[in-house]
Design a protein around this ligand. Structure first.
Ligand code: KDG
Length: 325
């Protein structure tokens, strides 16, 4: 069995991204992409030289075939991908720049999809124990009770075998339905983490009584090494167990095509940079660059950077700052 650096569990879908901005009722052309938060992060890490794998289910249809080919093409291990003949591959649509210019809205058609049937049997102990780290998000546990149990098994195995656990809260209210469901569903996954990615809105759902600073303090108390709060156009903050707090301004791009997937590109680069020993400041800087690059294209994975692109962009942005000074 292969030895992998990072593994994850989650749904990969076909993304139908409207070619024209504005309300979908007027959209006539959609572009096909392959995306899903956990797959996006595995692909992002793969582009940065890490060996990754994904546990998932796809339908026995053409879309499932496309997903498997895409994962393979991006060098993500697909040995734990099951093809289900009696359930479809999930799809979703993206509406861009409406109602708010610069923002996108997601419409899911994933209920009853193959990946919503993920269950504990899909999590193979032999596969998990060979990995170095496990990446989980708050999306997969919201897909169904059985998918929740699969995530719980993966999380518990990771703890048992002392693998690093990285979690992105990624609360999708369209899936959880109520903040209470999200809060009670996700509490279990917040202990013993190496890295926690979150945002202000998710922290408010998870810790309704606390300010962001109080929530971060409480989480750091559970032994998390790094907490990263992604704030979109406002930049991002990283907090470490040894008391370091860093703020990095967002990198603004001259145009925005589609913001969906920026957070995943951010995660992949932050994780890769930490594991490469670049330090938290550089990790945050590179992650912001990756998030900014992701919004310049439709699709989540297409603009994810290599190290060379990160170095180039970093240099370009610094020179631009010097020039403007
Ligand atoms: O982070 C981007 C993802 O949210 C998007 O690609 C779709 O995976 C997705 C989801 O479940 O929302």
């Amino acid at each position: 069995m292969v030895m992998l650096d990072f593994i994850s569990i989650g749904e990969v879908m076909i993304q139908l991204n409207s070619l024209t901005p504005g309300p979908l009722r007027y959209a006539r052309y959609f572009e096909v992409h392959v995306a899903g938060a956990e797959a996006n992060v595995m692909i992002g890490l793969s582009k940065l030289g890490y060996k990754t794998g994904l546990i998932t289910r796809v339908g026995g249809d053409e879309f499932g075939e496309l997903i498997i080919r895409t994962l393979r093409g991006e060098d993500v291990d697909v040995s734990q991908v099951k093809v289900m003949e009696d359930a479809p591959t999930g799809i979703y649509f993206i509406q861009r720049h409406y109602p708010i210019p610069g923002k996108s809205t997601v419409f899911y058609y994933r209920h009853g999809s193959a990946a919503s049937h993920l269950n504990e049997e899909d999590v193979n102990e032999e596969y998990v124990k060979r990995a170095r780290a496990v990446f989980l998000t708050g999306i997969t546990p919201a897909l169904s009770k059985s998918a929740y149990n699969a995530c719980k098994k993966l999380y518990n195995l990771a703890r048992e075998y002392k693998l690093d656990i990285i979690f992105d809260t990624n609360i999708r209210m369209k899936l959880w339905k109520t903040p209470e469901n999200a809060r009670s569903g996700l509490k279990l996954f917040l202990e013993g983490l190496k890295i926690l990615f979150t945002n202000k809105e998710d922290l408010k759902i998870l810790f309704p009584e606390n300010t962001m600073e109080e929530a971060v303090k409480e989480l750091l108390g559970t032994g998390i090494d790094y907490i990263v709060v992604k704030m979109g156009e406002e930049g991002s903050k990283a907090f470490t167990a040894d008391g370091v707090e860093i703020y990095e301004k967002a990198v603004t791009m001259p145009f925005v095509e589609d913001v969906i997937g920026a957070g995943d590109a951010f995660d992949a680069v932050f994780i890769a940079s930490i594991y490469r020993g670049l330090g938290v400041e550089k990790a945050l800087r590179y992650a912001n660059i990756a998030g900014a690059l992701a919004v310049t294209v439709r699709g989540d994975i297409e603009a994810q950077p290599t190290w060379r692109v990160l170095e180039l962009m970093d240099k370009y942005l610094r020179e631009k700052m010097e020039f403007l000074r």
